[in-house]
Design a protein around this ligand. Structure first.
Ligand SMILES: [Zn+2]
Length: 209
């Protein structure tokens, strides 16, 4: 009897451990993934992989858009809605490893422009994207200011803008909100996945070819 019991325990142990090892390869909702592996419908203009940004420095070795899987899912959902209306999301920035945040902070140590790496931003948590919309010709919609424009004109609350600009910003905001994102008052281009602040700051890095 004792032998049978030991045997059953063994079966249970190995059965369970196999189950765990299977779970390890399953991609969780919080796993970092590359957006392009989930959709080919986005347009990329990854500013920090070039010197064409307010830092005047190339801080990424290569241009990739990594995000937590749940952020990717919500973003693909949003893009599907934009495509139905004749637009597509163009990305400026996605997940930003903490080391890159530190480098940016070294270049511009001003919390008005760069999030303090000691606190970390939602970009460091894989839950934020900087985006705009392009039309079927790939032309950017007029959002009133360029990406990373630091002034009141970039705010959702700035009212003195042409109707066309207001309409474009509202289009972007409405669909992003319906798809699970929250807007950021002072930057029309920045969107956080709801509750993304709960995720841990990460320093996971992607490989460049
Ligand atoms: Zn941002």
């Amino acid at each position: 009897m004792r032998l049978i019991f030991s045997f059953l325990l063994l079966v249970l142990f190995f059965g369970t451990s196999r189950l765990y090892s299977q779970q390890e390869v399953v991609i969780a909702d919080t796993t970092f993934v590359n957006l392009k592996d989930y959709s080919a419908d986005f347009v990329y203009d990854m500013k920090y992989a070039t010197e064409d940004n307010f830092l005047k420095a190339k801080v990424y070795d290569c241009a990739e858009c990594f995000l937590r899987l749940k952020t990717v899912k919500a973003l693909v959902k949003a893009n599907t809605k934009f495509i139905k209306k004749g637009y597509r999301i163009q990305l400026f920035d996605c997940y930003r490893p903490l080391d890159i945040q530190k480098r940016m902070w070294q270049i511009v140590s001003n919390p008005d422009y760069v999030a303090d790496p000691a606190k970390g931003s939602i970009h460091n948590r894989g839950g934020a994207v900087d985006i705009t919309l392009v039309d079927t010709d790939g032309k950017q919609l007029d959002m009133g200011t360029p990406f990373d424009f630091f002034g009141p004109e970039a705010s959702h609350n700035f009212d003195n803008l042409p109707d066309e600009v207001k309409k474009n910003r509202i289009l972007l905001k409405r669909i992003m909100q319906k798809s699970g994102f929250v807007s950021f008052d002072s930057e029309w281009w920045h969107y956080n996945l709801k509750n993304a602040a709960k995720e841990k700051v990460s320093n996971t890095k992607w490989l460049c070819n």
